[in-house]
Design a protein around this ligand. Structure first.
Ligand code: AMP
Ligand code: MG
Length: 401
């Protein structure tokens, strides 16, 4: 078998994960801004900063149901010696009390209702006794802490959400509370997706020995969508350079093509040959496991990222390299103590699957790059830097999957 590695490659090989991320991000086009209604904006990325158009709270309001009064009138209140105040009105959400609270007075107030002029404290209903029609007795002093000051959350003109952030459900809710009905977002990246392999079959068909279902294409499509991008599904190609070239040609309108399989050292790894011989290669092989054979290149102006075919490798490489490059978000990691040792690979960062239990992480065991259950059972990748084994009790960085 001829060695597929050129003697003097014109592209970098065996690069680091951060280098791979940066090189992929560099090949992606800038995404134009579009205005989208807030009902459609979930999961999209803000194209510019968002300012508050209103203050929140829009008035000084009560955090509780109870009465609003002057704190100074109530300082001596206790169960043994309640303080009596005269009730002069009511303030409820949407219908404020029009007057002013004077010494010895209070108004009944409900959560979210404006605190009337003169009042500066709230006593909750649980600490009140009715005292005839027009009076209440306080069993403890009223508290200024239960008043939500106007603008305490944000003020008109304040930049509250920054360009580039993803509109998660809480950020989308915040954008609406800032007063926006439409938000400027980046257009979605269009990601074409193609799986390869003579042994790879559609779900729902019957396998013969040696065949495997196309789990990568479905897993990757879900990950692409989850990363806020659009999927252009090119289906599946057999290991044939002609069919591959034809299907890649169908990726019109895509910003980037992701392929699965066919980029390692075997005779039938035609994605590799296609890019090496007829396309362009930006890098080949990344210093990580699983997922080492990943390849970045181009085909007639279209950036192509070749993911390895092994099911764990393809999803890990997406999570570790592709996702951060297309979202602009750093992967979310946390530090945990190791409950078992984790071995290191001399010249590769290892992403071992780990079980998180009680604030520690332990080795899942079956770390083969074909064992999809290692990902679905754990949802956690323990990052072991090149050549630095982890001992029990060491702190490790863990990426949630
Ligand atoms: P390759 O990278 O093409 O050499 O494939 C490596 C391994 O991953 C082989 O065992 C393939 O059967 C498996 N594989 C390749 N493509 C897929 C796919 N789309 N879904 C599931 N497994 C795959
Ligand atoms: Mg293959």
């Amino acid at each position: 078998m001829p060695n597929p590695v050129p003697d003097q490659p014109s592209f970098p090989m065996n690069i680091s994960v951060p280098e791979a991320r940066a090189m992929l991000a560099d090949l992606l086009p800038p995404l134009e801004t579009e205005m989208v209604g807030v009902g459609q904006a979930a999961g999209r990325f803000l194209a510019s900063d968002l300012e508050a158009r209103v203050s929140h709270p829009s008035a000084t309001e009560s955090a509780l149901d109870g009465i609003a009064c002057r704190e100074a009138d109530t300082l001596s209140a206790s169960r043994e010696a309640p303080v009596r105040l005269k009730v002069v009105g009511e303030s409820r959400a949407g219908v404020p009390f029009g007057g002013r609270v004077e010494v010895g007075e209070c108004v009944r107030i409900y959560t979210g209702a404006p605190v009337p002029e003169g009042a500066d404290a709230i006593c909750p209903v649980e600490q009140l006794q009715d005292d005839g029609e027009e009076g209440v007795r306080l069993l403890r002093p009223a508290s200024k802490g239960d008043v939500r000051p106007e603008g305490g959350d944000f003020r008109v003109g304040e930049v509250v959400l920054n360009a580039g952030v993803r509109l998660t459900p809480s950020r989308l809710a915040l954008a609406v509370s800032l007063g926006h009905a439409e938000v400027p977002v980046r257009r979605q990246l269009r990601v074409a997706l193609l799986s390869t392999g003579d042994e790879v079959r559609e779900p729902g068909t019957t396998l013969t020995p040696g065949q495997v279902y196309d789990s990568n294409r479905y897993g990757l499509a879900a990950m692409i969508r989850e990363a806020g991008a659009e999927v252009i599904d090119l289906g599946h190609s057999p290991d044939s350079p002609e069919v591959l070239a034809h299907l890649i040609g169908e990726a019109g309108g895509a910003d980037v093509l992701l392929t699965s399989g066919g980029v390692s050292m075997g005779k039938y790894d035609f994605m590799r040959d296609l890019l090496l011989e007829q396309g362009r290669v930006s890098f080949w092989k990344v210093r990580l496991r699983p997922g080492g054979p990943a390849m970045l290149g181009g085909w007639r102006g279209l950036p192509v990222f070749g993911l390895p075919g092994n099911p764990v490798s393809s999803l890990v490489v997406f999570q570790v390299i592709v996702r951060p490059a297309i979202t602009g978000e750093a992967p979310f990691t946390l530090k945990l103590r190791a409950a078992t040792p984790f071995r290191a690979i001399p010249d590769k960062a290892a992403y071992w699957r780990g079980n998180i239990v009680g604030g520690t992480v332990s080795d899942y065991g079956k770390q083969g790059s074909g064992v999809l259950r290692s990902l679905s059972d754990t949802g956690a990748l323990v990052i072991v830097p090149e050549g630095q084994p982890v001992a029990v009790g060491d702190e490790v960085e863990v990426m949630l999957f």
